[in-house]
Design a protein around this ligand. Sequence first.
Ligand SMILES: [Zn+2]
Length: 283
Amino acid sequence: MSDTKAPSRVEIPSFPNGKRIALTTSFDDGVVQDRRVVKSFNEWGIKGTFNLNSGKLLRNGKPSTEASGHIDASEVAELYKGHEVAVHTVSHPHLTKLDSIQIALEVINDRKALEDLVGYPVRGMAYPFGSYDEKVINVLRECGIVYSRTCENSPCCFPPKEPLAWASTSHMYRKNTVSVNENFENCHGNPKYTGVIYIWGHTYEFDRTGGNWADLERIFKPMSGKPDIWYCTNIELFDYEAARRLVVIAANLRTAYNPSAMTVSVSVDGKLTDLPPGKTVEL
Ligand SMILES: [Zn+2]
């Protein structure tokens, strides 16, 4: 038996390295305006999830030269490197209007086509038109989809009760309430706040009447470069949450076991310690 004193409190913080906020984004439809957003996000260290309709991607074997419209399938792997590619169905239907088999085909065929392009298992999704119901959720579950984003808003969006009906914090141009930037300030400016800020939109909205490319920098740059924020993709949030839930802390608080495949941070009497994957660590 160890004669060192056991810690009096061991906690498993929500995010890696004890960061108090996670910031994630998602953009739908796979359009050429994604390029400009990805370039800026790469400079600023912000991550995004890009929900693509494989049936709408161009198939010319070279990047599209059009000023608007969809990207070419050949661009997908390189363009979204470091971000997440996720399902948005093959053809962007209202899923609630389809029967179960058509729903499954829209999801599985999109998933397979995107996996062929990116070379990793694609597990996330956003609903076309935000349209879903109980039947759609049940089909998605069978298709191995881990989460699916709706068009609903929730100030406390993570972890969701139903990951297949996941609300974001808000759309990037949300109306009739505080702006995305005010909300960010309210959360980040409050040192007691901890949680997920999740903003979604379409990158073509920066390009159309009423939108403006200046908004990309105005909205997102002030959120970048914060040492207390974890910048992550949608699936990284779910993967980390799954890993931290597996951590076992001994009842006597002297050891902890991390059976997952990723490093998880624990706080031992207020001091952060990493639990390496598959290891038991003395605290
Ligand atoms: Zn869409």
